[in-house]
Ligand binder design. Structure first.
Ligand code: ATR
Length: 278
């Protein structure tokens, strides 16, 4: 007699205790009545590959990968999606029937899906987008904006050489703008995105004057602690459309849940409340 194993998935990181992913997936498992489990697993780098290779035999359908392993998993993944290759990092692994590990990156998808859900008539093709920051998160954001047809990305970073590296990588639609000059150009952008850690609880403030920004500009922050960052508060006061960063975290989880548990889950207020609950 054959029987299906209970479907399992996990998030792998170090540290991993702070991850909100178990809440997200736990909420969906309960809501859809799926008898599966999603657990956090803390690992050291030396065990990363051997542990991941063994997971399918334990009944795991896949895994999320978080800091500091998002780049490292690409070194041994058997199948790498185009978007993961372009971003240079993976956050979602699926185990194929033959045991091979498929690495995908859904951060850019989550970034776009969050904006589209909050502002369905968002126009990304009609004006430049300004992106603050040139780290790992910025790579996912830039690649997804280009994929959506953004005509120009104005990339602003404290360390200009890091922005220039991304320009090299992503091509001529990316233009590097000096941090000091960028606020004056805000009147010409349709979308402003913060991907730096500035403004996060416990981090320094983001000093970025919005005097030149037009009302109606879409402003979003990938930070979600606090939910309303000073950038978003200032933007709202200027009449901008603001989108907080929690939705990106929720939406990036959708493709993984769908692949592992065979159900496309919905991002809604009940999920937000479950994730935000103390
Ligand atoms: P992540 O993978 O989360 O994007 P990261 O790769 O460490 O993290 O990138 C952090 C981003 O925040 C970078 O753009 C960084 O600017 P630098 O490239 O100049 O380091 C930006 N950042 C962090 N602290 C900053 C600060 N105090 N002032 C300006 N930018 C800062």
């Amino acid at each position: 007699m054959t029987h299906d194993k209970i479907p399992l998935a996990c998030v792998i990181g170090s540290p991993v205790a702070h991850s909100l992913s178990p809440r997200v997936h736990g909420h969906w498992l309960a809501r859809y009545g799926i008898s599966g489990y999603y657990v956090p697993i803390e690992l050291s780098r030396e065990h990363l590959e051997s542990a991941i290779r063994f997971l399918p035999q334990l009944g795991f359908r896949g895994a999320n990968v978080t800091l500091p392993f998002k780049e490292a998993v690409l070194a041994f993944a058997d199948v790498i999606t185009d978007r993961a290759a372009l971003i240079g990092a993976a956050n979602t692994l699926s185990f194929l029937k033959d045991g091979r590990v498929r690495a995908d990156n859904t951060d850019g998808y989550g970034f776009i899906a969050n904006i589209r859900q909050a502002v369905p008539d968002w126009q990304v093709r009609t004006a430049p987008t300004m992106v603050l920051g040139a780290g790992g998160a910025s790579r996912a954001v830039i690649s997804s904006l280009l994929n959506e047809g953004a005509p120009e990305i104005w990339l602003v970073n404290r360390t200009r050489t890091r922005a220039e590296m991304l320009r090299e990588h992503f091509g001529a639609r990316v233009h590097v703008v000096d941090w000091s000059a960028a606020p004056r150009s805000l009147g010409d952008v349709g979308t402003l995105v913060n991907t730096t850690s500035l403004g996060m609880t416990g981090q320094p403030e983001l000093h970025f004057p919005l005097d030149a920004i037009k009302s109606g500009t879409l402003v979003t922050d990938i930070i979600y602690t606090p939910l309303e960052t000073p950038l978003l508060r200032n933007a709202a006061a200027k009449g901008c459309q603001v989108v907080d960063g929690l939705g990106m975290l929720l939406h990036q989880a959708v493709p993984g849940f769908d692949a592992w548990f065979q159900k496309r889950p919905t991002v809604d207020d009940a999920l937000r409340q479950a994730v935000l609950a103390k």
